[in-house]
Design a protein around this ligand. Structure first.
Ligand SMILES: [Cu+2]
Length: 377
């Protein structure tokens, strides 16, 4: 006997009840989970200071590369949405139509070995993959195959545990954390690592790229127009190391700073000027800096004449950096003092040791280092 009514409404009711219970359960989990996450965040000893105008997002890209990648995502999403409905609708229909019915024990008709079906569900996915592969190749070759433009600014990007170094071979500049660039200009980045693998990534510029020791990966984009008046010191676009590289991986940020052309030229001219030593305390600081020069250099001072690779960031124009410790904290006098007292207080595993400096020494050093700024010129 086949029952025509009754089964559907009661099944639906049961499903609705279950969904409601799941919903309530999931809601409770979400609320308590969010409260727990907030509390753990508040209790966390190592926090990042904010203060950048541009959030890290890939969906509102500002370079041609990031827009091309987004278009590719959109194409793929449209195709897979079509596939989803083409599979889900017949599936739901089939589940309903051929469900087990009371009093009907006949086994369903078996379709094993149907050549036409086997052929179709092999060929259709192949065709779909080709439709996704073609635009993917186009984007890869458009941005990867072209030789770097002759007018491009060359920058060597080196990932270190746990900070980013930027070297401008054409300008003799070495810096950290802030990748300064002129607006509307092609940039040719050669990305590598000084130790373990890292990944360079400014989401709004697009093109997350691995930084691998002994290997150079290229990335290029054309910078967007500068938005802010140059007095503000350029537009800051946040980036973050995107490959787990050790205990301070999450505290390894970088920013792209886009200037007007004149602003960039001013930055280039002033960057390597030595700190202006004006007070007695700054003179002391300059002296004490003698203990740091095995690992750090400041252009235009003795420290820069010592040969060999330095393991710490170049501190020329350090006073102008918005943040210190690869974006861990805002670059203020107090935070610099905390850093100098014991770097690991701000950053676990920081490869700069606690140098056992006294408070007066720290005061002189902060006063000296804050003089090393291109904004003074
Ligand atoms: Cu890293």
């Amino acid at each position: 006997m086949r029952r025509k009514t009754g089964i559907v409404p009661s099944t639906l009711m049961r499903m609705m009840c279950m969904l409601r219970m799941w919903g309530l359960g999931a809601g409770a989990w979400l609320v308590s989970g969010a409260a727990w996450a907030q509390k753990s965040f508040d209790d966390m000893p190592y926090k990042l200071d904010g203060g950048f105008d541009n959030p890290m997002t890939t969906i509102s890209g500002i370079t041609e590369l990031s827009r091309d990648i987004n278009r590719l995502y959109l194409t793929t999403t449209i195709i897979v949405t079509g596939v989803f409905f083409a599979v889900a609708i017949p599936l739901i229909y089939t589940l309903y139509k051929f469900r087990a019915k009371e009093g009907d024990d006949t086994p369903p008709k078996q379709l094993h070995g149907n050549v036409i079906l086997e052929f179709l569900w092999t060929v259709i996915p192949v065709v779909l993959l080709v439709f996704i592969a073609i635009p993917t190749w186009q984007v890869i070759f458009k941005h990867d195959g072209v030789p770097a433009r002759a007018d491009a600014i060359k920058v060597h990007v080196i990932g270190h545990q746990w900070w980013w170094e930027f070297q401008y071979p054409d300008y003799g500049i070495k810096t950290a954390f802030e990748l300064h660039l002129p607006e509307n200009t092609p940039v040719d980045l050669s990305i590598t690592s000084g130790d373990v693998s890292h990944a360079f990534w400014i989401p709004k510029f697009g093109g997350k790229t691995s930084a691998i020791n002994g290997n150079i990966n290229r990335l290029s984009w054309v910078t967007p127009p500068a938005k802010m008046p140059e007095v503000a010191g350029g537009d800051y676009y946040q980036g973050q190391c995107a490959e787990l590289c050790g205990s301070s991986h999450a505290l390894m940020r970088h920013v792209g700073v886009v200037h007007t052309k004149e602003g960039f030229e001013r930055w280039v001219k002033a960057h390597n000027q030595p700190p202006k030593v004006e007070t007695a305390s700054q003179r002391d600081g300059e002296q004490i800096f003698g203990r740091c020069i095995a690992c750090h250099a400041i252009e235009g001072t003795v420290s820069a004449t010592i040969p060999g690779e330095k393991i710490g960031p170049n501190l020329s124009s350090f006073g102008s950096r918005s943040h210190l410790g690869a974006g861990t904290r805002k670059n203020t006098e107090e935070n610099l003092a905390i850093w100098l007292r014991n770097p690991a207080d701000l950053k676990p595993g920081a490869l700069m040791p606690n140098l056992g400096l006294t408070e007066p020494e720290i005061k002189s050093l902060t006063s000296y280092l804050r003089q090393s700024t291109y904004k003074n010129y």
